[in-house]
Write a new protein. Sequence first.
Lengths: 984, 416
Amino acid sequence: MASVTSYNNDKVVTGEVEYPASDPASGAFFQPDYKKNEDLKLMLDGSKDSLKLEAMKRIIGMIAKGRDASDLFPAVVKNVVSKNIEVKKLVYVYLVRYAEEQQDLALLSISTFQRALKDPNQLIRASALRVLSSIRVTMIVPIVMLAIRDSASDMSPYVRKTAAHAIPKLYSLDPEQKEELVAIIDKLLSDKAPLVVGSAAMAFSEVCGDRVSLIHRSYRKLCSLLADVDEWGQLALLNVLTVYAKTCFPDPNEENYSSDDSADKPFYDSDSSGGGAGAGGRSGASPSVEPDLRLLLRAARPLLQSRNAGVVMAVAQLMYHCAPAQELPPVAKAMIRLLRAPIEVQSVVLNSIAALTVTRRSLFEPFLKSFFVRNSDPTHIKLLKLEILTNLATEASAPVVLREYQTYVSSSDKAFAGATIQAIGRLAVAIHTETETCLNGLLHLLSSKDEWVVCEAVVVVKRVVGGGASSARAAVSRAAKLLRSDRLAANARAAAVWLVAEHGAKHPRAAAVLAHMAANFADQDELVKLQLLSLAVKLSITQPDTVAMCRYVLSLARYDASYDVRDRARLLRRFVDPSHGSLLQQYAASIFCPDKPKPTIESSFKDRQQYTVGSLSQYIGIAAAGYRPLPAAPRAPLAADLREPDPQPAPTHDEHQKNKKFYSEPESDGSGSSSSASSSGSEDSSDDEESNQEDKKQEKPTETNNYRSSNSGTSDSETDSESDSSSDRQTDSASESDDEEKSTGKESKVEPSTQKPNEKSNLELLLELDEVASSLPTMTPTCGGFLSPPNATTQAIGDDDITPVGPSLVPTSTVELLSRVVCSGLGARRRWSRAPHLFSHKMCSLEIIFTNYNSTEVNNIRINKKVPVSITPPVGELVRAVTMTTARWDSEHRRLRGMTECDKKTVKLNDEAAICKRVFETVNVAAITTSGELLRFAGRMMSSQELVLVSVRQEDEASIVTANCGNMAIASLLANEVANALKS
Amino acid sequence: MIHSLFIINPSGDVFLEKHWRSVIPRSVCDYYLEAQRASPNDVPPVLAAPHHYLISIQRGGVALVAVSKQEVAPLFVIEFLHRVVDTFQDYFSDCTETIIKENYVVVYELLDEMLDNGFPLATESNILKELIKPPNILRTIANTVTGKSNVSSILPSGQLSNVPWRRSGVKYANNEAYFDVVEEVDAIIDKSGVTVSAEIQGYIDCCIKLSGMPDLTLTFVNPRLFDDVSFHPCVRFKRWESERILSFIPPDGNFRLMSYHIGSQSVVAIPIYVRHNLTLRSNGDQGRLDLTVGPKQTMGRTLENVALEICMPKCVLNCSLTANQGKYSYDPVSKVLLWDIGKIELPKLPNIRGSVSVAAGADTSGANPSINVHFTIPQLAVSGLRVSRLDMFGAKYKPFKGVKYITKAGKFHVRM
């Protein structure tokens, strides 16, 4: 970057910059905004740090205010190399903000970060990774991937933490990297530093929250680290562990759980023991808690004392969903403590409590007084408290609660007063001993001077009385009195008339009410008129002497202005007028005065229980985007041995080879009938993986397999994304190899990941070119447009003398796909057959061999439980052998020089045949020249049809492997693999 | 996770925005502003917009609105936003619109350091202050002269150690440790003077300026009093559980060591009483108000900074009162009567009486205002809590130690 500074020195720009604004000619023409940016540009181009800093501060100010500063991008990005740390930081801020909009220019800065990634100062390494991964430019995905992988094994835990943070960023940029990222998350989760673990848990839940199998191994360690993680990490970790505990441990309440309302909990099967034991009637024996679950609960409990409300809530969530019911009181206590926190916290906590009190009333009963409402509370808090008070009220506490309600009713906050009246109504229905008191109170409210209160009260009374409470008569006479006084608003009056009609049909006062109302029928509201009509008809049935009055009302209604009223009158007339057949009159009583069921008034928080306690979804009452419900608890615990920490580290490649031999022995016995099933699965995990990652991938399925088999049937619903999908019936023919179709369409995404840090010669070389824009395209071979590499011309040259040939060598070694342990004696092995695929030339064939290790015969093999397997082709299998003339090879080779070439030094082998054999084993290429100084091989990528040229040059000390391919990532991968193959 | 943060001033302008992921247009704040316009003091902290979720807090006259695109624990966001405001207050001694605007560069650097991709990175004040020096005049001058900057280039060692809350290399000439035991009484007293509910919310705030790595233990005379406690992360929970001793390595400077709650189960002494009599419409448009305040169960201490705040019913137009002590003011717009009494010296009881004018024809029934009472009692912890001793290990010097007790009114309501 020295060139930039020298360039600036030439210009010698100092403080006395002439602002273009002073130029009247341009000033009249350009926007004032534009002029300002122009002067910022000059300041940034200058050599003085203080000026640059000033300019950057102003630019940050613009960003902060939301103004567009994107036109300054080139000027700002140059300063990414600034020595001044504050300027640098501000440039980073700018870069992250605008990189997405100026992708090409953003690439200029990448090499700086790459260099900084190797800085001895851990803070600089970390911040470089942080900024690099925050730049949302798809082109740099491979670079970020590489950086994350390196940093994940950095010495400094701080850098590893940053790597964990970078994982979700890369995932959101390119979800296809998932598999590789999951492997890194797996590694970070088993990190020993508490600093790292919290962030790893965060990354886990962002990227692959459903893969609980990753947690098994580090579960116990995570539990013990929980206390040492920082509070935000605790939050993330608790969420992860809650999901884990829910998935792996049976519900400790399952056996002897008795909720206040067990019918409301669909996922607690209450068939085992009668749920009707009643509240507090828990059996004395404490439910058995899995030792591993106990470990978690014990680790989480102290966190209830955290100062961070979020952590407390996360613990509450864990305890509520996973702990035995008798351990919950401390949780309630801690939640009560949060009520002293700021209003926003209160609101969320009260919301959760409101949902909890619907079923677990006893939990919060001792804290009834903490929910008393103060005048100074905001309305939504008042309403929440009211809801909780109503849920909590029992026969014992109802008098206290009602006394409070009395105060609330006269609150000046109308919404709150109204809600209180509703709450009194609910109380009246829920607590039978208090029905009388409540109703009296409500009726008392009917004579309140505040019209609004009266309206609300009538409506509630109407609801409470609904099915005929004993005090209906009192209600009716009160309502009748009110109606006579003519003080009610229209809808209240309608409700009062309804009340009289519904319950006072036999009441002597009712006729008087009707007479009074009929006197000024014309002045009544439409709603009231309709109610009056039904009152009149009902009375005519129960008190036959009022029929005349009923006719009068009906005839008044007949000439009403509203057609609704006229219609209703016409309808009802049939019941009163004797001239029209007696059939209607016969049934009039059962039509107008039936027995109605009592209405139930429920808490509006009832449906919020289905959401996880303390989640956003619970607060807003609907499932938020990205909300994952907790899984249902399994019936039986998962085998604890999954959680035993690994005795030895992951097996190396050599061990793996040995395993292979060991396992292939039984196959040669030929003991059972080996059959093959053709599984045309759509493989999700077609991300190509480097070979050394394969070991890990091999383990993981087995781990998951154990979990599946011990848990068969219960958790079929959640499937790992890598599971095969379907199978055909078993075929009789013994070992017929069918093809597994394998989409290689994505193969161009192969990362230059196999490169070890010190060997990324080409890629790095490329990224060092930072100021010459013309070299930019070379970085991005996979994207189209002007950025596409020159290899586009290779197609045009013509493929006439490049002909595909069969594989030079078909590897015979097979890899275990399914352990025979998993599928009760049936094993499967796989092999890359290198045969051309029937369906498409873009697919490669996979041979799967099923072997029966049992002594008995196996019939009718099918997939009824899903076992995740991972099949990732090594890059060498994505190539098809082609042949061409040596001259053509040379000309193609020249075309693919430069950045599409990758060299690798390896040990010298003298036997050319041996070299060829090893090359063939690794890559499916054809030999062009098999002797001499330079051994040439050629192939073609299956998906992109790009040429792949591999050559081995013998030198004095060593041999050099060169791979050329339009996709430079493939080239570097191939060179690596071939070099490794020659070494071994 | 938090995608973006907007800071909004009372007039509804977004004056600062920061995005940790892709840019979210500020128009998303309209949902918040709409809710705020509907009811200014009653905005739910979580709002659901069609594609985003807005989680907001209001402090110091500004609103911080965090935007998330997916499910996130609301308390996590709220807690973080409060931590942001705390940090601003720590850095700039206040958090208002003008101060944020003046320091937007530091604010931006802080926000960048505190959150990475929407997940908190460093929130401990001790660590942040090592990464980004708080601005002050002296440093600004020094930086201009020497060309140094406010931004550190090395990782604070605390970040990696087991005590991430404490910065390293602390050195003081005078080593001091001060503890303030503050108790707030929350109570609701009903019309007839009966205590409906009473709780004590206490906290221990520390100002600790000790060199090196001191290890402190604080013991109480009567630790059984606590109903429920929460601690700063520095407190060793194991020792609290087994011995009821606070053992900790303190952060440097001011921090809240613990807060506790003494709940409704235990009896709480109410140190003040208010005798009140409000009749609206005794004769014509005039009502009468008569208030007397007196101490009760104060254990011999005096009540100070006593003030009464009454939110009058809407029908009250004005008040003409005479107080035998202190000053009163009535705001006819917000209908708030404020009576600032000051210290209550015993035999004389403060009293205020006079007439209130009521709007003619207004409905006066059912109006029941409540009195918010404020007071402080120095040198008393109303729960009876006492610190027994403070011991220090791990350092050679003898520090100066001090404990101060104070009782305040929290949410103290008297219903009329």
